[in-house]
Write a protein that binds this ligand. Structure first.
Ligand code: XMP
Length: 514
């Protein structure tokens, strides 16, 4: 995919997600970065010609059996290296220093004190706050290394060897709690490694468009739109690259949120002029879901129906050779490797694509992180509603209606959900909240409206904060905001007489109700 040459920093992963944050920070410093396994050999590194190498932190102690190592030949390549936390200890240990087992470790904020001049720290003040998270620490620096800073519990907190071009820090410059953290990374990248910062949005657009043109040429491509940000940005980008040779297919399951389908059609067909096959398949989904109450069975039916309809319509586009997918870099890392891992992800949104599909994959976002994809979407002219859309499950409102899904229940939920989202937006909380939505329970309760007794359904509001959906906490929404949502929902949505707020975190709950 990468047809345009660009300086690349390899971030060597020693485990536990530390590498992703470092890779993102490197890109914020406008330098392209890639994550590689710590098993990479010196030969492989030499062949990839990186502009610098960063060794990440990791959860292990360098002393335990099986602690991940680095091919020592990498230190001899003359490529600038920065070790962070575990990476710092590994450099010390592998190059002849001593790493002592800690007795209490150092976690959280610590005060770093400089010992004179430091190429890496530049003109930062003589003491500042850094974020530490380590048990062992370097007690003796390897020969030839200068110790340029320390903290009360880490006598060797910064190591430098200018002629070998190796630097190391015990603290975490990538976290926001470290003062000057980004400045230190920038210094390493721009001054010490001498990398020209050219990973900018313009260069991303240009290089990704060039790569799509290279791959697809004059062939035809199809793209399944889900309404979500990834497929939307992938489609917009491929359209820029190959124009009318792209056809998008949008299957409206009837389980989308209020006005969502209109917005997809409006954005892609009318505003961007993309050829869009809009399949209005709500009736078919409602038919298949009739009488079904089991959550897993509902998911299965929705997924299978989706695939069948998608196949039926894309099958009509006989001359297509490529299928565009919005796979992101974190998906690539998780599925274990960049090169040739062209398996179609068992994406809930498309419920798994047919095995016999002979299309080749075009994944123009596979180098990018989510925040870059959002910026790219805005640059390509997509509206905020799509670019900043919250995650939405593939089975849609089908898993937010407890019990049987009917057209009437979908209508009730769409109306209530629209109020929840509108009020979150009005309160300016849209980007702080990971997901905020309504759930329709399968029970009724007694109420009174005016002089009338009511017997109607409750709506449950669910709003959570999270970084990655693996864990989540219920959002502490202001009571006034909840009050507004509650009275609007009961007054404006026919069939609802009660509103509850879900105060369960994940775990033990899940974000969705089914
Ligand atoms: P849970 O409910 O497992 O959800 O805490 C975690 C995240 O995944 C989303 N989700 C789905 N996304 N297809 C999807 O594409 C699905 O079937 C699905 N189920 C849950 C959910 O919205 C949350 O962001």
């Amino acid at each position: 995919m990468n047809s345009v040459a660009r300086p690349t920093v390899l971030v060597v992963d020693f485990g536990a997600q530390y590498a992703q944050l470092i890779a993102r920070r490197v890109r914020e410093a406008q330098v392209f970065s890639e994550i590689v396994s710590h098993r990479i050999t010196a030969d492989e590194v030499r062949m990839r010609k990186p502009a610098a190498v960063i060794l990440s932190g990791g959860p292990k102690s360098v002393h335990v059996e099986g602690a991940p190592q680095l091919d020592p030949g990498i230190y001899e390549l003359g490529i600038p290296i920065l070790g962070i936390c575990y990476g710092c200890q590994l450099i010390a240990q592998q190059l002849g220093g001593v790493v002592s087992r800690g007795d209490k470790g150092e976690y959280g904020r610590a005060t770093l004190t400089r010992n004179g001049t430091s190429k890496l720290l530049g003109d930062t003040e003589s003491t500042f706050s850094v974020w530490m998270s380590h048990f062992d620490s370097v007690s003796v620096a390897p020969e030839g290394f200068e110790v340029t800073a320390s903290t009360p519990d880490a006598p060797v907190a910064v190591l430098e060897h200018t002629s070998k071009r190796i630097w190391a820090v015990q603290f975490h410059p990538e976290v926001v709690h470290t003062e000057h953290g980004q400045q230190i990374l920038r210094r390493f990248l721009h001054e010490l490694a001498g990398i020209v910062p050219n990973w900018t949005m313009e260069s991303i657009v240009d290089s990704q468009i060039a790569a799509v043109r290279d791959q697809v040429g004059d062939e035809r491509a199809i793209c399944g739109l889900s309404g979500g940000v990834d497929s939307a940005v992938a489609a917009a980008l491929v359209h820029r690259a190959i124009g009318a040779n792209l056809t998008c297919v949008y299957v409206d399951t009837g389980l989308m949120r209020k006005n969502e389908s209109d917005q997809v059609v409006e954005t892609f067909k009318r505003n961007m002029g993309i050829e869009l096959v809009h399949v209005d398949a709500g009736d078919e989904f409602y038919d298949k879901l009739q009488g079904v109450t089991d959550p897993e069975q509902k998911r299965k039916i929705i997924g299978e129906t989706f695939v069948r309809i998608f196949e039926r319509y894309t099958g009509g586009i006989k001359d297509a050779k490529f299928l565009v997918q919005g796979t992101l870099y974190p998906d690539v890392i998780e599925s274990g490797g960049r090169e040739g891992s062209a398996t179609i992800k068992s994406h809930h949104n498309v419920g798994g694509l047919p095995d016999d599909m002979t299309l080749e994959l075009c994944e123009p976002l596979r180098d990018l992180f989510k925040d870059e994809v959002r910026t790219l979407g805005t640059t390509l002219g997509l509206p905020d509603e799509i670019v900043w859309r919250q995650p939405f499950p593939g089975p849609g409102l089908g898993v937010r209606i407890i019990g049987e899904v009917t057209r009437d229940k979908v209508r009730i939920l769409q109306e209530a959900d629209a109020i929840v989202r509108e009020e979150i937006r009005n309160a300016g909380l849209e980007r702080e909240i990971w997901q905020a939505f309504a759930v329709l329970a399968d029970i009724r309760s007694v109420g009174v409206m005016g002089d009338e007794r009511t017997y109607a359904r409750p709506i449950i509001i669910r709003a959570v904060t999270s970084d990655d959906a693996m864990t989540a906490d219920w959002a502490r929404l202001p009571h006034e905001l909840l009050a507004t949502m509650s009275s609007r929902i009961v007054n404006e949505v026919d069939g609802v007489n009660r509103v509850a707020y879900d105060i369960t975190s994940k775990p033990p709950g899940t974000i969705e109700w089914e």
